[in-house]
Design a protein around this ligand. Structure first.
Ligand SMILES: Cc1cc2nc3c(=O)[nH]c(=O)nc-3n(C[C@H](O)[C@H](O)[C@H](O)COP(=O)(O)OP(=O)(O)OC[C@H]3O[C@@H](n4cnc5c(N)ncnc54)[C@H](O)[C@@H]3O)c2cc1C
Length: 370
């Protein structure tokens, strides 16, 4: 009998399965798709950054980036994140800077003239910029493959094309039903991303995580050399970054309704470009590559922060990262293993991200959601 059933082979489930197996637990790992990273993990813009305002977000990302740096398959590149700060957010971003500096993570405050050296932009309405030299990108697919391989090496049994259909607690064990059979284990970890609200229903639980579609637009190779960091205009949420000879860009549509809506929403391209061209006029000279553009689901909670740890006896959640799970998965994997092995996460205090916050009305106010 396994000690724990881990559900969901995205980067969060894979990192957790690895750390649990490393901690000596017998892991059964279930994924509904035929292979790994088919959910949000394979659709992300792959950015990693310590520039958050909530201390726990800063630390989850910081420790994860330190880990990715040591994993060749994660292909970490410290290309940086540049936040362009409008006057209206100058004070709030100063506060975030204070949090980041108090935690000892590397973030610089730049004048607009200094920021222009990273990427050219129109300065209208901006106060200053912040730059994270440790921020950058990884290969989420490669990192997930690494964790999965290590989990298997340590004895985890990985079953693809096998969805959790339902689960019930009986006699101190979770009974997990799939189309292929029923498994019993004392612990069950849901790392099911945008599907966690649905999976919760199958367990008779109300879990406030829902899917929201997001697009990443890709240009054709640019006719000029570039190496732009991920630059975010905090006035509109528009971002861009270099990816080889192309640029990737996007902007969250605040009116996108929750739900499993499929395909590119091309109607969101004009409002995205409007914001982008106003700040980065050089985009005018580039053409869009529709076929290289893609979409995926953010896994959104009411306060855009994840739900971590035990929610009832033997049942853990590590889901709902609301668009920043790739950069936090490594540390979350360690914390979930600690939660099971020691009864409570040890390396960081995950209390702010426990499910109970929604019941208790303690919603968090992370400023750095893109
Ligand atoms: C367009 C876009 C851009 C993004 N950009 C970034 C970024 O720059 N940086 C960043 O950190 N994050 C980014 N994200 C968010 C990031 O992709 C997610 O936070 C992260 O991948 C979540 O990983 P996960 O393992 O929790 O979920 P997922 O990767 O979605 O994995 C969940 C898995 O659970 C499986 N599953 C679901 N239900 C069941 C079931 N019943 N039985 C078995 N298996 C099941 C799914 O098939 C899936 O494989 C972006 C997301 C999108 C869509």
């Amino acid at each position: 009998m396994p000690d724990i059933v881990v559900v969901g082979a995205g980067i969060v489930g894979a990192a957790s399965a690895y750390r649990l197996a490393e901690g000596g637990l017998k892991v059964l790992f279930l994924e509904k798709e035929a292979t790994f990273a088919q959910g949000s993990t394979g659709k992300s813009a792959a950015g990693v950054r310590v520039q958050f305002s909530e201390p726990l977000n800063v630390l989850l990302s910081y420790h994860s980036i330190l880990e990715y740096r040591e994993i060749p398959e994660a292909a970490y590149r410290p290309t940086g994140y540049l936040f362009l700060v409008p006057e209206g957010l100058a004070e709030a971003q100063e506060e975030a800077l204070r949090v980041q500096r108090a935690l000892g993570v590397p973030v610089e405050k730049l004048s607009l003239a200094e920021a222009q050296k990273k990427v050219p932009f129109r300065e209208e309405g901006l106060a200053y910029a912040t730059f994270g030299p440790m921020d950058g990108v990884i290969d989420p697919h490669g990192a997930t493959a690494y964790y999965l391989r290590e989990a298997r090496r340590l004895g985890a049994e990985v079953r693809f094309s096998e969805a959790l259909l339902s689960a019930r607690r009986k006699g101190g064990l979770w009974r997990v039903r799939t189309p292929r059979g029923t498994y019993e284990a004392p612990y069950l970890l849901l790392a099911t991303g945008a599907w966690t609200g649905e999976v919760g229903k199958a367990l008779g639980l109300e879990i406030p995580i829902y899917p929201v579609r997001r697009m990443v637009f890709a240009t054709a190779p640019a006719p000029f050399p570039h190496a732009f960091p991920l630059a975010v205009d905090l006035a509109t949420g528009f971002y861009l970054r270099s990816e080889g000879p192309r640029l990737l860009f996007g902007r969250s549509n605040p009116k996108e309704p929750p739900g499993f809506r499929e395909g590119m929403d091309w109607e969101w391209l004009p409002p995205t470009l409007e914001a982008g061209l106003a700040r980065f006029p050089f985009l005018e000279g580039l053409s869009l590559d529709r076929r290289a553009s893609w979409w995926g689901y953010y896994e959104v909670t009411p306060d855009h922060n994840p739900i971590l740890g035990f929610v009832e006896e033997g049942l853990l959640l590590a889901a709902g990262f609301s668009g920043h799970g790739v950069q936090q998965a490594a540390m979350v994997g360690r914390l979930m293993a600690e939660e099971v092995i020691f009864g409570q996460a040890q390396s960081l205090n995950i209390a702010p991200f426990r499910l109970g916050r929604f019941r208790e009305g303690r919603l968090l106010r992370e400023q750095g959601i893109v």
